[in-house]
Design a protein around this ligand. Structure first.
Ligand SMILES: Cc1ncc(COP(=O)(O)O)c(C=O)c1O
Length: 542
């Protein structure tokens, strides 16, 4: 018995072996007890950390310290590799694309319409997360595809340093009417992280232009996400994503999350009162060198890191006031909350606070084109541009094809009343989910605004004690929901940077009442099944 090289499935460059004696079943399914790993101890540990395996029974070190190569580990339970990469399994790919999931069982998506995605095997999935909370206007909008094709045929590309284009100018004029920013100008880019990087540099350029050359420091919050490029990641207070790259991070500073559910809990780095939060930021600014703080960045309603968490009443007004009094620019990260997601055009519209700089992406083009932008107030724009060129740029910024896609999305949102639909349907989704999950033994909280709804899963709703990370509860929910034809988004680390399980829902605004009912029913069934079979009884100790 041993590893058969021919049967290795390559997942993220790490090989998983299968018992050559067992043989696959008809569809390439491999019973759990036939999985073998042929790894040295260090690799096995790394593999375990990546979450491919869970180790139950004996303590991890005992299991992994046994001789490893070609050895059966009955105590190692594969969580993802229920199906080896099987080129001949219908609807499943064995390709050379670097996947974003360790799951070798990824279905092949082939078409989508409304809130439904279909795979190559003909299976349908109700997209209750709009991908990563992106597809605001719904899948399969041929009018957007047509306008993009027309534009690409006419002019696909003209470099932003040499030309402006009519589609871009038209979009900037149109979107400006909806943005909660005074006299806005936009800097279009290819996504949220690029937009955040652009906003940071713009804030710095603004202070430089004003002669305030000492203003470098940027504050953001724990329990936040601003993107995965190094600057945006550094700004993010999302500890599970920061952890592997900590040695490259540290330029930005973090204050507490506005997270009433876990306010004051050890290691949550969260407060629940607007006054306390504003006072903490003010202290942090005053403790820094005088005139050294450039900007404060926050998501109006926190998305994937905390799971649709709105701050306490008065928070944004108080934060904006602190920023103004200290000459600090307020940057609203509306990548997830923008374009109707929370039931208003922008998240900041819930509080009538007008940031100096606003960052958008995701719903701006609803997934039809990689697009994002920074909107700067007239004051910021004019100050920077009158001082000279803004030292920044990307090859794929200022795309005319992106601009027509974004403009068509804007037209659809407006003409079909989809922002109001998000408010009404979101209320319905949140209240029926809260009712169906009320008193559930692993549900701590159901919250959100508009069609951005979060569910926090806990080992003990009375104490908020989270499940230990090793239990991988949110991953189990995502997988079990997908097995039931429901796509949900998830997050981890909300309780203390490691433990904490979240499910985030963000369906397209065209979701029907029947589909909303289906989301609630299937999610309840999924949570029940994971609670019964997958979730350990004990809470995290860390
Ligand atoms: C609030 C927020 N900011 C920034 C980003 C980064 O956007 P992107 O993934 O398009 O780079 C995200 C992505 O999820 C986000 O939710």
């Amino acid at each position: 018995m041993g590893l058969d090289e021919g049967l290795l499935g390559r997942v993220l460059g790490i090989s998983v072996g299968r018992d050559e004696m067992g043989g696959p079943d008809r569809e390439g399914l491999v019973p759990d007890d036939q999985l073998f790993i042929g790894l040295d101890l260090a690799s096995a540990r790394a593999f375990d950390q990546l979450g491919v395996f869970q180790v139950d029974g004996p303590p991890r070190s005992t299991v992994l310290d046994t001789p490893v190569a070609s050895t059966r580990f009955p105590a190692i339970r594969p969580t993802y590799n229920r199906r080896v990469t099987a080129p001949d399994a219908p609807g499943h790919a064995a390709g050379r694309v670097f996947r974003r999931s360790l799951d070798p069982d990824l279905p092949v998506a082939v078409s989508a319409y409304g809130s439904t995605i279909r795979d190559a095997a003909g299976r349908e999935y109700l997209d209750a997360a709009g991908g990563a909370i992106v597809v605001n206007v719904g899948h399969g909008r041929s009018e957007i595809a047509r306008t993009m094709a027309d534009q690409a045929a006419r002019l696909a590309y003209a470099h932003g340093s040499a030309f402006t284009t009519e589609p871009l100018e038209a979009y900037a004029r149109d979107v400006g009417r909806y943005l909660p920013v005074d006299d806005p100008s936009i800097y279009p880019v290819s996504g949220g992280s690029e937009a955040i990087e652009t906003a940071l540099k713009l804030a710095r350029a603004y202070h430089l232009a004003r002669g305030e050359t000492g203003r470098w420091i940027v504050f953001s919050r724990w329990g936040s996400y601003h993107g995965n490029t190094l600057g945006a990641l550094d700004l993010s207070g999302r500890r599970p994503l920061r952890r592997p790259y900590e040695g490259w991070l540290g330029r930005f500073r973090h204050v507490s999350a506005a997270y009433p559910y876990r306010a004051g809990e050890p290691n949550a780095q969260a407060l629940g009162s607007a006054d306390e939060l504003a006072a903490e930021l003010e202290r942090a600014i005053e403790t820094a060198e005088p005139d050294s703080v450039a900007a404060f960045v926050g998501e109006p309603i926190v998305g994937a890191t905390l799971g649709a968490v709105a701050p306490p009443d008065g928070y944004w007004e108080a934060i904006a006031d602190v920023c103004r009094r200290h000459g600090v620019l307020l940057i609203a990260d509306e990548v997830m909350t923008g374009f109707g997601r929370t039931g208003r055009w922008f998240g900041m519209d819930h509080w009538t606070v007008r940031p100096d700089i606003l960052v958008a992406a995701k719903g701006a083009t609803s997934g039809y084109w990689p697009f994002g932008f920074v909107a700067a107030s007239g004051e910021v724009h004019d100050t920077v541009t009158m001082a000279g060129p803004f030292v920044h740029g990307f090859t794929y910024s200022h795309s005319p094809v992106g601009a027509v896609a974004a403009r068509e999305v804007l037209r659809i949102l407006d003409s079909e009343g989809l922002v109001d639909a998000s408010a009404v349907k979101g209320e319905r989704l949140r209240t029926s989910l809260a009712a169906r999950l009320a008193g559930h033994p692993i549900v701590g909280d159901v919250r959100g605004r508009g069609l951005l709804v979060g569910v926090e899963l806990v080992a003990d709703p009375a104490t908020h004690a989270p499940f230990p990370r090793a239990a991988r509860v949110s991953e189990s929910i995502v997988r079990a929901a997908r097995d039931r034809g429901l796509l949900v988004y998830s997050g981890t680390g909300s309780a203390n940077g490691v433990d904490g399980d979240l499910i985030l829902l963000g369906p397209p605004f065209v979701v029907t009442d029947e589909e909303l009912t289906q989301i609630v029913d299937v999610l309840r069934d999924t949570v029940d099944s994971v609670a019964e079979t997958g979730a350990p009884r004990e809470a995290a100790t860390g």
